[in-house]
Design a protein around this ligand. Structure first.
Ligand SMILES: [Zn+2]
Length: 254
């Protein structure tokens, strides 16, 4: 029997699940191969040297061995464990929600380096003291990286240009619709001109340009529109976000 084929990945641990006596299945988002589920044998034993490098949200360099059904973690070295995130429950809830939507909207073994770097940058930013504005920026850009960004610049139904006024946001149509299309029925959410401008600004800019933005009263509307967009694509609520609402947000307001 030949030795198992080993390969190295850079990974962020999205979530994990206990299996067997002392093992875990870890869901990784890898730079090289996208989402990969791998088995980590013996990591629940106190003597395990792997466990600390495979906690959810850890950014680690891993050596994986091709297995018959699941690949197996052979070596792990944490590059960043984000200790501040782990010690702050509301912050942790935001970070877990970022990981959860990426996990929920991706299929296994489809590399998406842009999505990997978005999550890594967002975890690093939250660890460094950034607030919910970074989470909103992440959400918009992740939707873009996965091909799910709602149409914000023209009517999603008929392609007409959008007058500078409040509109309707119709997820079944794929984004904002003009007043004529909004009247033709189908459920939609109202979207104010201000919220539309914020979403466009987020979509068009890198975080350093977004950072000075102060959302004020429109922050809740933007959050809700994005939450509904994720709910539509996931076909369920983002669980970590609801956990975050329960523990309350200690984050600075955007
Ligand atoms: Zn239209």
């Amino acid at each position: 029997m030949g030795s198992p084929r080993l390969y190295q990945v850079h990974a962020i641990v999205l979530k994990d699940r206990e299996v067997g006596e002392a093992d875990r299945l870890v869901c990784l988002f890898t730079l090289e191969r996208g989402k990969v589920w791998a088995r980590a044998n013996g990591v629940r034993k106190p003597t395990s040297r792997l466990g600390g490098h495979l906690q959810p949200l850890c950014h680690s360099r891993l050596l994986l061995a091709r297995g018959r059904d699941r690949d197996v973690v052979s070596q792990a070295e944490a590059l960043h464990t984000f200790p501040r995130l782990r010690s702050d429950l509301p912050l942790l809830a935001h970070a877990m929600a970022c990981a959860e939507v990426l996990e929920g909207l991706t299929a296994e073994e489809q590399a998406n380096p842009r999505a990997f770097h978005l999550l890594l940058r967002t975890l690093e930013g939250l660890e460094g003291g950034e607030g919910t504005l970074l989470v909103r920026w992440y959400e918009v850009h992740l939707l873009g990286a996965l091909g799910f960004l709602p149409q914000l610049f023209a009517c999603a139904e008929c392609g007409a240009s959008l007058a500078p006024r409040s509109h309707a946001f119709r997820l079944s149509a794929g984004g904002v619709v003009c007043p004529a299309c909004a009247q033709r029925g189908g459920p939609s959410l109202p979207i104010s001109l201000e919220a539309l401008k914020v979403l466009r600004w987020l979509a068009r800019h890198d975080f350093p340009q977004v950072r000075p933005l102060r959302l004020g009263a429109v922050a809740q509307e933007v959050e809700r529109l994005l939450r509904e967009t994720f709910r539509w694509h996931l076909e369920r609520d983002v669980r970590s976000a609801r956990f975050g609402e329960r523990v309350g947000s200690g984050l600075p307001l955007p």
